[in-house]
Write a protein that binds this ligand. Structure first.
Ligand code: ADP
Ligand code: MG
Ligand code: ZN
Length: 444
C-alpha cells in the first residue's frame, strides 16, 4: 500500500550527557580534570576497575545533579542507589558503568523555552568512560586508552518524545546549556565532549497521537547546527521511505557534516540487555532535608536575568555577558555605580559588549573612567560631524568650486570648521568634509 497521500509529523526525543564540574571523580578522589593532564595520570584502582577496589560516591557531584533536577522542575528521589549497567567495550574497565536506573535523582520535569514546555523524563547520575584515541603509530593503526576520564561524574538527561522540529530542539538545548553554565554545574563544551547530544527521531501520520514503533538514533554530533541539519535530513529521508510504503530501519546513525547526510552506524536488532544489578559496595545515599532545602533556595534564572533587563540593561548585553551566577556581585556593584553617577545603561552596556575581553569583570572605577573617555571621543566626533554639515550647508560657493574640481576649496571649509571649534584634528576633519561632500554630490 502506498502512503503517498499521508502527511507525516516528526517525533523527536533527546538524550543529553554532561560532565559535572567537580574537583574529584564520582567514586574515587582522583582529579576529574582530564583535559589538562598527560594520559593515564589521574587514575587509581577504583577508576581502573581493579578487583577489590572500593568505590565511594562524591557528594558534591550528587548535589550538582540534584541542582540540575531542580532546575528542570523534576520530582526528586531522596534515596540514591547505584546499579551496574553491564556491557563490554575497551573504554569500560570494570565491564559495567555505575548509573541510577530504578531511581533517577529527578523525574517528570520540564524546561520552558520561549513559552513552550518540553517535558523531561529523567535526570540521573552516572560516571564517564575512558577516552579512546584511534591513531597511527609507527605506521600501524592503534587504539589508545586514556583512563583519566574514567569515572568522571556524568549526568544524563532524557526528554520525553515531545519535539516536532529541529528549531525547538536547538532552542531547548541552548537554554539548557545557558542554565547549566550559569549555575556552574558543567562547562557544557561540545567540542571537548563535556556536553554530548543524542536525538531519537521517528515519523507518524499527521494527527496521530500514537508513538511510532521504531526510532532512529542520531549519535556523535557535536554542534547544535549539525544536530539540526541531521534532524532535518532524517525527517526528509524517513518521509521519503514512508511515502513509498517502505519501513524505516531502527538503527543508530551518524552525520557527515561535510557532505551533509546521515549514515547507518549500527542496526539494533533488539533491545540490549544490560543486566542491571544493584551495586553491592555502595550503600544507598539519602539526601538530607538540609541539602534539598539549600538546592530549592537556588534563585530562579529567569527572575535573576529579568531583574537586569527591567533595570534597563539591554537584553543582548545581559544574555551575552551575565553568563555565570558568580558574576552577579560584580554586576550589583556596577549597577550601584550607574545609579550613583546617573550613567546610561544602554551606552555602558554596549561599551562592555564591544570591549568584552578588556574591561569586563575588572576594576569598576577603571572601567567607568574608560567608558567616560570613550563617550567624550564619541561626543566630540558627533559634534564635529554636526559642524562640518553646517559649514557645508552654509558655504554653497566653496562646495560648488570643490565639486567642479577645485581641490583647494576644501581648505576654505576646513578653516570655517576651525573658526567654529578652535583646535581640531586636521586629518579627521578633512576626512569628514570629504565624506559629507561626497554625500552631497550623490544627492544631486
Ligand atoms: P530506549 O529504551 O531505547 O533507550 P527510551 O524509550 O528510553 O528508549 O527513549 C529514549 C529516548 O528516545 C527518549 O529521549 C525518548 O523521548 C525518545 N523516544 C522514545 N520513543 C521514540 C520515538 N518513537 N520517536 C522518537 N523518539 C523516541
Ligand atoms: Mg542512556
Ligand atoms: Zn581514581
Amino acid at each position: 500500500m502506498s502512503n503517498k497521500q499521508l502527511k507525516f509529523q516528526p517525533v523527536i526525543g533527546l538524550e543529553i550527557h554532561v560532565e559535572l564540574k567537580t574537583k574529584a571523580k564520582m567514586f574515587c578522589r582522583c582529579s576529574a580534570d582530564h583535559f589538562h593532564t598527560p594520559p593515564n595520570t589521574n587514575i587509581c584502582p577504583v577508576c581502573l576497575g581493579l578487583p577489590g577496589a572500593m568505590p565511594y560516591p562524591n557528594l558534591k557531584a550528587l548535589e550538582k545533579t540534584l541542582l540540575i533536577a531542580h532546575l528542570l522542575h523534576c520530582r526528586i528521589n531522596r534515596i540514591s542507589r547505584f546499579e551496574r549497567k553491564h556491557y563490554f567495550y575497551p573504554d569500560l574497565p570494570k565491564g559495567y558503568q555505575l548509573t541510577q536506573y530504578l531511581y533517577p535523582m529527578g523525574y517528570q520535569g520540564y524546561l520552558e523555552v520561549e513559552g513552550k514546555r518540553f517535558f523531561i523524563r529523567r535526570v540521573h547520575q552516572e560516571e564517564d568512560t575512558a577516552k579512546l584515541k584511534h591513531q597511527r603509530l609507527k605506521s600501524r593503526l592503534v587504539s589508545l586508552v586514556d583512563f583519566n576520564r574514567s569515572g568522571v561524574p556524568l549526568v544524563e538527561m532524557v526528554t520525553e518524545p515531545v519535539f516536532d522540529n529541529s528549531q525547538d530542539v536547538v532552542a531547548f538545548l541552548k537554554k539548557l546549556q545557558r542554565l547549566l553554565r550559569f549555575y556552574e554545574v558543567s562547562s557544557c563544551d561540545m567540542e571537548k565532549g563535556s556536553m554530548r547530544l543524542e536525538a531519537n527521531i521517528s515519523l507518524r501520520p499527521e494527527g496521530s497521537k500514537e508513538l511510532p514503533d521504531y526510532k532512529v538514533e542520531l549519535k556523535n554530533i557535536n554542534s547544535f547546527r549539525f544536530l539540526a541539519e541531521a534532524i532535518d535530513y532524517e525527517i526528509k529521508r524517513q518521509t521519503q521511505l514512508l511515502s513509498q510504503g517502505k519501513e524505516v530501519t531502527q538503527e543508530t546513525r551518524g552525520y557527515n557534516s561535510v557532505k551533509k547526510f546521515t549514515f547507518s552506524q549500527r542496526v539494533k536488532e533488539e533491545a540490549q540487555d544490560y543486566h542491571y544489578l544493584l551495586e553491592p559496595d555502595i550503600p544507598p545515599v539519602y539526601l538530607s532535608d538540609e541539602v534539598v532545602e539549600k538546592v530549592r533556595k537556588t534563585p530562579d534564572y529567569s527572575q535573576l536575568i529579568g531583574k537586569w533587563i527591567k533595570l534597563g540593561w539591554p537584553k543582548t548585553v545581559v544574555n551575552n555577558l551575565l553568563i555565570r551566577q558568580g558574576q552577579l556581585e560584580w554586576w550589583q556593584e556596577l549597577e550601584t555605580t550607574v545609579q550613583e553617577e546617573g550613567l546610561d545603561r544602554h551606552k555602558l552596556g554596549h561599551f562592555l559588549l564591544k570591549n568584552k575581553g578588556s574591561y569586563y569583570l575588572k576594576d569598576i572605577s577603571k572601567l567607568i573612567a574608560r567608558f567616560k573617555e570613550d563617550e567624550k571621543i564619541i561626543n566630540n566626533v558627533d559634534q564635529l560631524v554636526k559642524v562640518v554639515k553646517e559649514v557645508v550647508a552654509n558655504n554653497p560657493k566653496a562646495v560648488a568650486d570643490y565639486q567642479k574640481g577645485k581641490e583647494s576649496a576644501i581648505y576654505f571649509l576646513l578653516g570655517q570648521v576651525r573658526y567654529r571649534l578652535g583646535k581640531v584634528n586636521v586629518q579627521t576633519t578633512l576626512q569628514q568634509l570629504r565624506d559629507v561632500l561626497t554625500d552631497e554630490k550623490s544627492k544631486k
